[in-house]
Design a protein around this ligand. Structure first.
Ligand SMILES: [Mg+2]
Length: 385
């Protein structure tokens, strides 16, 4: 192999629009909003690597322009070094924000490219394959109890064995009876013999609840055999997370809004989480995610990825889950066109409710240009040589 052929020639991007799913946010996402953007790293070899960024296409465009002098001509076969170069040289320009999110997509694309160049799945390049399948948990928004039961039953009907309900009215109406009724309805609709998780969505704008609510609510969730309680507090309330974890009968999860591995150190060393959920499409990519996951491992904290937002994000999460000893579950948004509608071979649950982890080269999935074009006016630039 001539490594000169793998000099980065250009990085293209394509914002996804038209079917953006609701996030449960106070300022709700509209279908036409761009909040996820695909990235393609092009090299002289003709091999293209694909990544995904959790942010708006205009922000990705601006970030790529700023980063271009740093990545043009770089060796695409060295993801961790090239990504670190981008991080280290952007300390004044908004590290941790749009730049870090965009670097995340570049990093995922570089790993994809390296895998394709070496004819190996990324999981093997990350050190080895602990598992060949992972359980996707279907992530849905909370609804009023009647509808919640139907939504949960529908997820079960689709073959999911794990369900997460989040955001919506939960914790936002100061009505603990309503909160409990929602969880009860989801449990009834999804069944007793299944995994059920609850996500308060405390990173939403002006999250109103504090530690006492979180402790009381955690006790209620234990009655419904809830597997974890996610983001029950404001995302920067470190001391309250530590205290909640000491008192809660159910595991405490969080970390989806943190970016850069350095931001996780305090949360992991102080024991703020039972489960840490970095998002590969914004935290710094696979390189950063792997390091956070292994740091968590040393502290007995479970790593579960949050890259659910596009098919490329899910594919990256599956590769990392294969390469981690205790990550047999991945987040999977129910009914999103950006997950179900972009690949030549869509993800498919097996009879036990698992996804097979693709062992094809790179992140193991193939974007379908015609399908991507349905959701992005600049889709063609991703695939053009
Ligand atoms: Mg969440």
């Amino acid at each position: 192999m001539n490594t000169k052929d793998f000099a980065i020639r250009k990085i293209a991007f394509a914002p996804l629009m038209g079917e953006s799913p609701k996030g449960g946010w106070t300022n709700e996402i509209r279908p036409e909003d761009s909040v996820h953007t695909l990235i393609a790293v092009h090299t002289e070899s003709g091999i293209i690597g694909y990544g995904s960024v959790f942010t708006n296409g205009g922000l990705v465009e601006a970030a790529l322009k700023l980063l271009e002098p740093l990545y043009l001509g770089e060796n695409a076969l060295e993801p961790e070094r090239v990504t670190e170069k981008l991080h280290q040289n952007t300390f004044w320009m908004g590290r941790g924000g749009t730049l870090t999110h965009t670097i995340s997509g570049i990093d995922i694309a570089l790993w994809d490219l390296l895998g394709k160049a070496l004819d190996q799945p990324v999981a093997r390049l990350l050190g080895g394959v602990y598992r060949r399948r992972a359980m996707p948990y279907c992530s849905v928004l909370m609804e009023e109890p009647g509808l919640m039961r139907d939504v949960a039953a529908d997820a079960k009907g689709q073959g999911f064995h794990a369900l997460k309900i989040g955001w919506g009215p939960f914790g936002r109406r100061d009505d603990s009876k309503l909160d409990e009724a929602i969880v009860k309805a989801a449990r009834a609709g999804f069944g007793d013999d299944t995994k059920l998780f609850v996500d308060a969505g405390g990173s939403d704008a002006f999250w109103p609840q504090g530690l006492r609510w979180a402790i009381r609510t955690a006790q209620m969730l234990a009655d419904y055999n809830v597997g974890w309680f996610e983001e029950p507090l404001r995302p920067d309330a470190l001391e309250d997370f530590i205290e909640l974890r000491r008192q809660s009968p159910v595991p405490i999860a969080g970390g989806e809004v943190l970016t850069r591995r350095q931001a996780f150190t305090t949360w992991l060393t102080r024991g703020a989480f039972d489960i840490v959920q970095p998002d590969a499409t914004k935290v710094g990519g696979i390189s950063e995610q792997r390091r956070i996951a292994w740091m968590a491992e040393e502290f007995g904290i479970r790593y579960i990825g949050h890259g659910w937002n596009t098919a490329i994000g899910v594919a990256a999460d599956l590769q990392i889950s294969a390469a981690m000893p205790h990550t047999d579950i991945v987040e999977f948004i129910g009914g999103s066109a950006y997950v179900d509608g972009l690949l030549t071979t869509p993800f498919k649950l097996d009879a036990d409710g698992y996804l097979e982890i693709p062992m094809a080269p790179g992140i193991g999935v193939t974007l379908d240009p015609e399908k991507v074009a349905r959701y992005s006016p600049s889709a063609a630039s991703l695939f053009a040589a």
